[in-house]
Design a protein around this ligand. Structure first.
Ligand SMILES: O=C(O)CCC(=O)C(=O)O
Length: 340
């Protein structure tokens, strides 16, 4: 059973009240923070690229975003990245991340200057079917984002009823630091062990609504049971005076350099802005990933397909060539096992 979000929209100008709700529940849900027409304009650009990738069902209007299930793919598969890369470079998405309406909320909550992380996540989640599922399992962002304390702002790029796979929060789950986790399929390749029965809150999102949550708040996505692509955007924000992990000031998952991202941009004001702000960059704490990856290697050696999404991420992102090579070999042997 999912209870409805507490709606904090009426408090949007009151940083102390927003901060109190964030501290009490681990999240705040706010309606209509971003202009709908700006979100819909970005959605149109993204859907045009999705269509070029063959991700949309032919014969349907592009703006409906009806998915072509035959082309279902996910991050970090190469066929996903081919069309994801031009999407992630879009200047409008980076501008959305630094939107004054979002920065203003964080400034009021923090009572001090805000750093918007340069890295953000854009998601194109294909519908869940018997043969395809990329539903994000329950997790805490601290593991993936590192640095000091940060807060995520998640929004859908278009309307997202719960049936389309919105994000839900485990209310009050943020007070006990980083919790034990297990290996899991889906983004991140892990899942918090505790189930948080009766604690889940969520609801329908309209374009422009946001949920803001702490980096220790346990959250997960609902399965996308619609026939459409669920496109969403999540970015992170913190006090400028706190440290930020190196990974969070790099383009998504190291898939390109900033100069490549900026190549077609029309203006310069958002290029390398965190350097001008004086962000305090520190190394990323890899200890949680080391733990996850050790489990994935063990499972993969035992022939367990559950390790696949984690191995793919190691191949794509890990700094150690030896680890990447080991992960690739195990992926190859898993797919040979599947074919046999
Ligand atoms: O959109 C999703 O499926 C997951 C989003 C998420 O986990 C996050 O924003 O931290």
């Amino acid at each position: 059973m999912i209870k409805p979000f507490v709606d904090s929209t009426a408090l949007v100008r009151d940083g102390a009240a927003l901060g109190a709700n964030l501290d009490r529940d681990g999240y705040i849900f706010l309606r209509g923070i971003l202009p709908r027409d700006e979100i819909m304009a970005i959605r149109r650009q993204l859907l045009a690229l999705a269509d070029m990738g063959g991700w949309l069902k032919s014969g349907e209007p592009i703006e409906k975003g009806v998915a072509n299930l035959e082309k279902a793919c996910k991050d970090p598969e190469p066929r996903y990245l081919e069309f994801f890369k031009p999407m992630w470079k879009l200047e409008a998405l980076h501008r959305l991340k630094n939107h004054p309406n979002i920065l203003g909320i964080f400034e009021r909550i923090f009572g001090e200057p805000v750093l918007a992380h340069p890295m953000f996540v854009l998601r194109n989640i294909f519908p869940q079917t018997e043969s395809f599922d990329f539903t994000t399992g329950s997790h805490q962002d601290r593991i993936h984002i590192g640095g000091g304390q940060s807060f995520a702002c998640w929004m859908t790029l278009g309307d997202c009823p719960t049936s389309k796979g919105g994000l839900i929060m485990a209310e009050g789950s943020h007070k006990r630091g980083v919790l034990d986790f297990e290996l899991a399929p889906g983004a991140g390749g892990l899942e918090v062990s505790e189930k948080f029965e009766g604690k889940w809150v969520g609801g329908d999102f309209a374009a422009g609504d946001v949920v803001i949550f702490s980096d220790t708040t346990v959250h997960k996505a609902l399965p996308n049971k619609s026939g459409e692509l669920r496109q969403s955007f999540d970015a992170r924000y913190q006090r400028l005076s706190d440290p930020v992990a190196e990974l969070a000031v790099q383009p998504y998952a190291g898939i390109f350099k900033w100069d490549e991202v900026y190549a077609d941009w029309k203006s310069d004001d958002l290029k390398y802005y965190w350097q001008r702000q004086g962000a305090k960059v520190v190394p990323f704490d890899t200890s949680y990933y080391e733990k996850r990856d050790a489990i994935a290697f063990d499972r993969a050696e035992a022939g367990d397909m559950l390790a696949r999404d984690t191995l793919l991420r190691i191949v794509q992102r890990d700094a150690s060539a030896a680890k990447r090579e080991r992960a690739q070999k195990l992926l190859d042997s898993l797919s040979r096992g599947q074919a046999a």
